[in-house]
Design a protein around this ligand. Structure first.
Ligand code: KG4
Ligand code: ZN
Length: 343
């Protein structure tokens, strides 16, 4: 019998059904992601009922595939981890019930991972990031800055007061009809466009603290689109580029404040980390890299495929919890709302 510690992670909180196996060294033994883009594309966004049904159809198939790919049996596992929230309740329930069933049948420890903690800890799988680190967590559902002091220990410095950055990317993509999901399509077009053709506002710039706001920017893009007599491909690209520039400018300004607070609280702290779907964006990563450099910090970002939702992040956060002796009971209730600083 092998003594390798292995965790199965299951993710089903939004529009990706995903699972993965990781060991304690952070090796990914297998990883499978089923994106529901085709199911949601014609609606231009995620439809919760459709998502829940698709998770139900795919979850056990994907788990089997993931186990088979790594040539592992359930009895080889050390524990089962699942995203217990926050997210769409239907999907979270599918993952939680499935994970509980495996845990119960094979007498394995059960670990409910906060989806945001999954994002927050992912960089530690690929980089030697030390606690406490400064984290920009920017996804479809969230945009916040935190200090990650340890597993389950988060200090929130600020967050969006309206939309998340990912939501803004998705809404701009929908307004311009450039395809779903929005982020990658807007980024592709932005790389072809002129970021200086349109001047969009940078909400929150210069304000105290680390809060974000994206709804005014979204409205400015909408008004700009309405003003155009004709929107050709070049104009679409220029709007994408100008919009992305404004998003990055806001993040840069907010991070200046966050870094000051982080350095004051932790003079020896040296890591700046980004996570979440929007962390896949190259302009965001480049800006953060430069910012880290000019502030004497080390910048770490998970590989692109681990930024958007995946099973590895849940399995890895599960491993961190497992190694810290943090387990959950089978009475755990799925939590559609579950702030990180409530852990
Ligand atoms: O973390 P994630 O997969 O799901 C949530 O937990 O919300 O993030 C998805 C979000 C979507 O809004 C998507 O448009 C955005 O991340 N996103 C991007 C990029 N790739 C994904 N935004 C900007 N640039 C990208 N390359
Ligand atoms: Zn996510």
């Amino acid at each position: 019998m092998s003594h390798e510690k292995i965790i199965l992670g299951i993710e089903s909180s939004c529009d990706e059904t995903a699972c993965a196996l990781v060991n304690e060294q952070g090796d990914i033994l297998s990883s499978t992601v089923w994106s529901q883009y085709d199911e949601h594309r014609r609606f231009g966004g995620v439809v919760p009922e459709i998502a829940a049904r698709a998770h139900l159809e795919k979850c056990d198939v994907l788990i089997k595939e993931t186990m088979d790919k790594a040539n592992k049996k359930f009895s080889d596992l050390s524990a089962v981890a699942v995203a217990g929230g926050p997210g769409l309740i239907g999907g979270v329930l599918v993952g939680v019930m499935t994970a509980k069933m495996i845990a119960l049948s094979y007498k394995l420890p059960f670990i409910a991972v906060n989806h945001l903690e999954g994002h927050a800890l992912t960089a530690r799988l690929s980089h030697p990031v030390q606690f406490p680190y400064l984290l920009l967590l920017t996804s479809g559902g969230h945009c916040q800055v935190l200090i990650v002091e340890g597993v389950g220990q988060y200090k929130r410095l600020g967050g969006t007061i309206d939309d998340s950055a990912g939501e803004a990317f998705d809404k701009v993509a929908k307004m311009l009809d450039v395809g779903y999901p929005g982020g990658p399509n807007v980024e592709k077009r932005a790389s072809l466009g002129n970021p200086n053709r349109f001047i969009f506002p940078v909400p929150m710039k210069g304000r105290e603290g680390c809060d974000f706001s994206f709804s005014g920017l979204k409205t400015a893009v909408r008004i700009c689109i309405e003003k155009q007599v004709m929107i050709d491909e070049e104009t679409k690209n220029d709007i994408c580029a100008s919009f992305q520039k404004a998003v990055v400018a806001q993040m840069s300004d907010r991070l200046n404040h966050a870094i000051k607070i982080y350095k004051k609280m932790y003079p020896k702290g040296k890591d700046l980390v980004v996570a979440g779907g929007v962390a896949a964006n190259k302009s965001v990563r480049d800006m953060l890299e430069q910012k880290a450099q000019s502030n004497g910090l080390i910048f770490s970002a998970p590989p692109i495929q681990l930024c958007t939702d995946n099973g590895v992040m849940i399995a890895w956060a599960g491993m961190e919890r497992f190694l810290a002796g943090k387990f959950d009971s089978l009475d755990f209730k799925a939590r559609p709302r579950w702030p990180l600083d409530a852990l």
